[in-house]
Design a protein around this ligand. Structure first.
Ligand SMILES: [Zn+2]
Length: 261
């Protein structure tokens, strides 16, 4: 029997859709060879919820701690101290989601930038990796790293961009996270060539559950779960012309290295 190990580096398990059957979702993930899940937090409150959930299975679950750009308008100076405190929890393995989202613009641009730059500082101070979100804001996003000597790992999660953005990230030393977005024959089409030829040392995979259910999975309700991470791995394995076993091992080891586990 071949042994596969999956690491879902980003799942929104604090989402209300997991409230009723959280432990079943975890058990099913384990039965499908998921060995670790990182819960992504989007606010201070959300991080606290996440830390409560973690207590149910501390060897299996880790979390990020941070403020999503959508909530940047609520960001205040005192949140920095709060983030510092929370980030000292042994299960907090990254700062985020943080970044810029000019697609939805739920928060003002200047607030997003301030909130983002503050969290980059906290990550550097606490020596924790950054879990990054970027949508329609590539240039401003990169500008936030000008004059910064980044000493921590940083992953741009749910990559959906073009070749130029991809290699700019890699040149900057960033890591890249792919979701089920790439399994969509229409929305993922522009990335096929890129994925087929990309170097794999800093690539990781994630479900972004409950969002972005891979198109190949036909279920009622459309809720994505960590157990479906295999679909993302399969897609990349196929495009890279590698065995599922080989690709899975690369992603798992990358993820362990990224989070310093
Ligand atoms: Zn995100």
């Amino acid at each position: 029997m071949k042994e596969y190990s999956y690491f879902d580096i980003g799942a929104n398990l604090t989402h209300e859709s997991f409230e009723k059957d959280f432990m079943e979702v975890i058990e099913e993930a384990k039965q499908n060879n998921v060995k670790r899940i990182c819960i992504t937090s989007t606010s201070i409150e959300d991080t606290k919820v996440s830390l409560k959930l973690l207590e149910k299975d501390q060897n299996f679950l880790i979390t990020t701690c941070g403020i999503h750009p959508h909530y940047a308008d609520t960001f205040k100076e005192s949140d920095i101290e709060e983030l510092r405190k929370l980030s000292k929890h042994p299960s907090v393995k990254a700062i985020g989601e943080t970044g810029l989202d000019f697609n939805r613009n739920y928060s003002k641009k200047e607030n997003q930038i301030l909130c983002f730059e503050s969290q980059i500082k906290v990550a550097q101070e606490q020596n924790l990796p950054l879990f990054l979100h970027q949508r329609d804001a590539h240039k401003d996003f990169m500008d936030c790293f000008n004059n910064i000597d980044l000493k921590v790992n940083a992953v741009v999660h749910c990559f959906t961009g073009n070749r130029e953005e991809f290699y700019k990230y890699l040149d900057k030393g960033f890591w890249i996270g792919f979701t089920g977005w790439i399994c969509d024959p229409v929305r993922g089409k522009h990335m096929v060539d890129l994925i087929a030829n990309m170097p794999l040392e800093r690539i990781m995979i994630e479900t972004d559950s409950p969002y972005l259910l891979p198109k190949s999975i036909k279920i009622k309700g459309r809720r994505n779960e960590p157990k479906f991470i295999i679909e993302v791995a399969k897609k990349i394995a196929k495009l890279q012309n590698k065995s599922l076993e080989e690709i899975t091992q690369i992603f798992f080891e990358n993820s362990q290295r990224f989070f310093g586990l």
